[in-house]
Design a protein around this ligand. Structure first.
Ligand code: NI
Length: 226
């Protein structure tokens, strides 16, 4: 499931991120790439545990916690500390699949990457190229979003970033381990939750809502690996 989640960061927060990122020290993006993706990855990244990465990472994590759409669609169990990348002067990231398991640096924790996420930080009109292209069974989807908007997609899908031929593309990216490992179960729960929220608006006092909410939680209980 691919989902666009608008305005995870406000315009002001995205602007502040750009300001800090513009002054930060960058390293070769291959530092966190696996063997296959290192061969096609040509971009810059903030070092994982740099002060700027951790400060901005906390801003992103706090924003995710306030996003009902993110929570409902991803059902996060653990979020990888957000990373930040920069593409300019023709930089690109060729077709690859993200590593399935990622150790969280400086901790004994590892996450299974169920969901990949890109949070766009540069305004789309400020650069050319830099589309995130995700392949799934319905074809290929090209994504370039306003600053502050998030795209989530299955970490299992092939994806690439087209060359940035003008300007600078700044983004945050991270992975999430979901409580619901099976993507089709996760999609069903999201649809059910969305329908329940709509019914809450349309027929707020309906007793059926209580039953449906019960069904939601009982499915979650059956499928979740907390
Ligand atoms: Ni990737």
């Amino acid at each position: 499931m691919m989902l666009h989640i608008p305005q995870v960061l406000t315009a002001e927060q995205a602007g502040r991120c750009r300001q800090i990122l513009t002054q930060a020290d960058w390293e070769d993006g291959r530092s966190t790439a696996g063997h296959q993706s290192a061969q096609v990855k040509k971009n810059l990244q903030l070092p994982e545990n740099s002060p700027a990465a951790r400060e901005l990472g906390d801003v992103v994590l706090a924003a995710l916690e306030r996003s009902p759409l993110f929570i409902s669609s991803v059902l996060p169990q653990r979020v990888f500390p957000p990373l930040f990348n920069r593409y300019e002067g023709g930089m690109t990231f060729g077709s690859h699949v993200d590593n399935a398991i990622r150790p969280i640096t400086g901790t004994p924790l590892r996450i299974r990457t169920d969901v990949s996420a890109t949070l766009f930080l540069s305004e789309p009109e400020s650069y050319d190229g830099g589309e995130l292209v995700v392949e799934d069974t319905y074809g290929s989807h090209s994504v370039k979003l306003p600053a502050g908007d998030l795209i989530i997609y299955p970490a299992s899908s092939l994806h690439h970033v087209t060359p940035v031929t003008r300007g600078v593309r700044l983004a945050s990216f991270f992975w999430v381990q979901s409580m619901i490992r099976d993507v089709s179960h996760r999609a069903l729960l999201f649809d059910l939750d969305t329908a329940i929220m709509q019914l809450n608006q349309e027929v707020p006092k309906s007793p059926s809502l209580v039953m449906l909410t019960g069904v939601y939680h009982n499915l979650l209980r059956q499928w979740a690996e907390p």
